[in-house]
Design a protein. Structure first.
Length: 97
């Protein structure tokens, strides 16, 4: 994912400016297959939280979204493409402009 950090940074900044705090929803398979990251991958806070039923996951993600510094950080929801749909919430350091 390190080679995608410029794309992540650009999309995250645009998403934040247009929609406020939120996160990027990315599938591991899309990263592996080098799919272009686009503004459709950005979810605002409510849309990000809506994706999860498990309250502990929602709570953790809500805290991360409410706490990051949008000038230097972004939140990525990274979902595995196997049947478990395991999700990791990660904070990424955005590449300076």
């Amino acid at each position: 994912m390190q080679d995608k950090i410029s794309q992540v940074s650009n999309v995250f900044r645009k998403g934040y400016l247009e929609n406020g705090r939120g996160s990027l929803l990315l599938y591991i398979e899309d990263i592996i297959n080098d799919r272009e990251i686009s503004k459709e991958d950005y979810r605002n806070r409510d849309d990000s939280l809506f994706l999860f039923d498990y309250e502990k996951s929602k709570s953790k993600l809500a805290h991360m979204i409410d706490s990051y510094d949008p000038k230097t950080q972004g939140i990525v929801m990274l979902i595995s493409s196997d049947p478990s749909n395991t999700t990791w919430f990660i904070t990424v350091t955005l590449k300076p402009r």
